[in-house]
Design a protein around this ligand. Structure first.
Ligand SMILES: *[C@@H]1O[C@H](CO)[C@@H](O)[C@H](O)[C@H]1NC(C)=O
Ligand SMILES: *[C@@H]1O[C@H](CO)[C@@H](O)[C@H](O)[C@H]1NC(C)=O
Ligand SMILES: *[C@@H]1O[C@H](CO)[C@@H](O)[C@H](O)[C@H]1NC(C)=O
Length: 279
C-alpha cells in the first residue's frame, strides 16, 4: 500500500514528460505532458513549461498527453443501443445494447428464449446471450421462455392421482378419475369429463412414435392431409389440443380414440387404456 501511495504521489508531483525539439534553437527539450481533459496549447520552450488548454465541447483526452488537438467523441450510439456514458472532456461516449439485446461482433442481437424442455440458467446481459439448460429431474418448461423451469405439480397434495408423470417438456397431469381396478364393482365408465380427459392425456403422452401420433390424428380427422412437422413434444401438445377440442364437440371421443388406436396398430397401447380405464 505504501508503494502505491508513493507511486501516486510521484505521478502527482511529477507529470509525465516528452521530448520536444525547439523549432527555433533546435535544442532537445523535456516538456511536461498535459493532464486528461486538456491538450497542448503551446509546447514548452527553454524558458517556459508546456501550456495546456481544456478540451472544447464534444472533445476529450483520457490520458496524460501531448496532443495538439483533443480527440473528437466519435462513438455514435446506433439503433438498439443506449448511451451509458456521456461524452465529457475526459471520456469518449460509451454505448451499450438496449434492454433485451446483447452485443456480438458490434451488432446488438435479441436475447434468445430457451426452447421447450429448457429453462433460463442465467438471464442475458448487454454483453452475453441468455444461458439455458435442460430442465432437471422434477422440473419442466413447455414453451419458449425466458423463465426458469417450473417444478412438477404434486397430485397427492391436491387429493388427486397421477395420470401422466411429468417430464422435461410437460407437467405431471393429475386426475380425479378413479383409475384402475378399484374396489367398486363398476369401474369408471368414462362418463364424466375428468375421466375422458384423463384418457386423452394418457394416450397422448404414451411413448408413441411421432409418425404414429400423426397417423392417429389423421384417422380421427378422417383426412389424409399431412400433419405439420415438429418434435415429439410439439406434436403431442397439438394432438392433445386436437383431442380436447374433439371431446368438447361431442361425446364419442373415447370410443373413436380406441378404434383409432386399433386402426393405427397400436394394440399394446389400446390394451393399456382398456385396462386402466376399465373399458
Ligand atoms: C467524465 O465521465 C466519467 C465517466 O462517467 C467520469 O468518471 C468523469 O469524472 C467525468 N469527467 C468529468 C470532467 O466530468
Ligand atoms: C419456439 O420458437 C421457435 C423459433 O422461434 C418456433 O419455431 C417454435 O414454434 C416455438 N415453439 C413454441 C412451443 O412456442
Ligand atoms: C376396498 O374395500 C374393502 C372392503 O369393502 C375396504 O376394507 C378397503 O379399505 C377398500 N380399499 C380401498 C383402497 O378403497
Amino acid at each position: 500500500a505504501s508503494l502505491l501511495l508513493f507511486l501516486a504521489e510521484l505521478s502527482f508531483s511529477s507529470p509525465p514528460t516528452y521530448q520536444w525539439k525547439d523549432a527555433v534553437t533546435n535544442e532537445k527539450l523535456t516538456c511536461q505532458q498535459c493532464p486528461p481533459g486538456t491538450c497542448v496549447a503551446q509546447h514548452c520552450t527553454r524558458d517556459r513549461q508546456t501550456v495546456c488548454q481544456p478540451c472544447p465541447d464534444l472533445h476529450y483526452t483520457q490520458y496524460w498527453n501531448y496532443l495538439e488537438k483533443c480527440r473528437y467523441c466519435n462513438t455514435i450510439c446506433e439503433e438498439k443501443q443506449v448511451e451509458v456514458q456521456q461524452c465529457n472532456s475526459t471520456h469518449n461516449r460509451v454505448c451499450q445494447c438496449q434492454e433485451g439485446y446483447y452485443s456480438e461482433m458490434e451488432f446488438c442481437i435479441k436475447h434468445s428464449e430457451c426452447p421447450p424442455g429448457y429453462g433460463v440458467e442465467k438471464l442475458g446481459t448487454p454483453f452475453e446471450n441468455t444461458k439455458c439448460r435442460a430442465c432437471p429431474r422434477g422440473f419442466f418448461s413447455s414453451s419458449n421462455s425466458t423463465k426458469a423451469c417450473q417444478p412438477h405439480q404434486d397430485c397427492q397434495k391436491q387429493g388427486k392421482v397421477t395420470n401422466v408423470p411429468g417430464n422435461q417438456y410437460h407437467d405431471t397431469l393429475c386426475t380425479s378419475c378413479r383409475l384402475g381396478r378399484s374396489n367398486s364393482t363398476q369401474g369408471p365408465a368414462l362418463a364424466d369429463d375428468d375421466c375422458e380427459q384423463a384418457m386423452i392425456d394418457f394416450v397422448v403422452y404414451q411413448n408413441i412414435p411421432v409418425r404414429k401420433l400423426k397417423r392417429l390424428q389423421q384417422i380421427l380427422e378422417r383426412s389424409s392431409k399431412k400433419q405439420a412437422l415438429g418434435n415429439r413434444a410439439a406434436v403431442q401438445e397439438k394432438f392433445r389440443a386436437f383431442l380436447t377440442h374433439l371431446k368438447e364437440g361431442h361425446s364419442e371421443v373415447t370410443k373413436e380414440l380406441l378404434s383409432a388406436l386399433r386402426a393405427a396398430k397400436l394394440h399394446s397401447i389400446e390394451e393399456k387404456v382398456r385396462e386402466r380405464f376399465l373399458l
